[in-house]
Ligand binder design. Structure first.
Ligand SMILES: [Zn+2]
Length: 141
């Protein structure tokens, strides 16, 4: 079984040499020129295949380099995004007593909800948020 185009054309060339054709005849002349054309095409295809393989290697290397660049460029952003998971989210709550905006993070809010912490306004000292809302005016009374 002949595999490559080059081998198949070489096989035909071998038959042509054995056949001892009379190249004064138009058909034999046409066959000879077609065979030469085939050989040139095979050379061209081989050359194109080599260049395609080189391009594929180059593209693979370029793709790997681009992945490195993407890692380097987007690494910082991803870090900042992932930090959101560690930093407690902050809320602004308006003090019902003096209308001051007080920043509270979600950890403090969770403790307040568990009644472990009463959040007080830094301005007027009143309790802004606690689970026991009835006790909010105890300080003044
Ligand atoms: Zn206040």
């Amino acid at each position: 079984m002949l595999k490559t185009l080059r081998e198949r054309v070489a096989y035909i060339r071998g038959m042509e040499e054995i056949a001892n054709l009379n190249y004064e005849e138009p058909l034999a002349k046409m066959f000879f020129q077609t065979l030469e054309l085939l050989e040139e095409i095979v050379d061209e295809v081989d050359s194109l295949r080599d260049r395609t393989e080189e391009n594929e290697d180059f593209l693979e290397a370029l793709d790997a380099d681009l992945a490195d660049v993407e890692d380097a460029v987007f690494e910082d952003d991803e870090d900042e995004d992932s930090c959101d998971c560690d930093d407690p989210e902050e809320f602004e709550i308006q003090c019902p007593h003096c209308d001051r905006l007080v920043t509270i993070n979600e950890d403090e809010l969770a403790e307040a909800a568990d009644d472990e912490l009463a959040i007080r306004c830094p301005d007027c000292g009143e309790v802004i948020f606690s689970d026991d809302e009835e006790g909010e005016s105890e300080d003044e009374d």
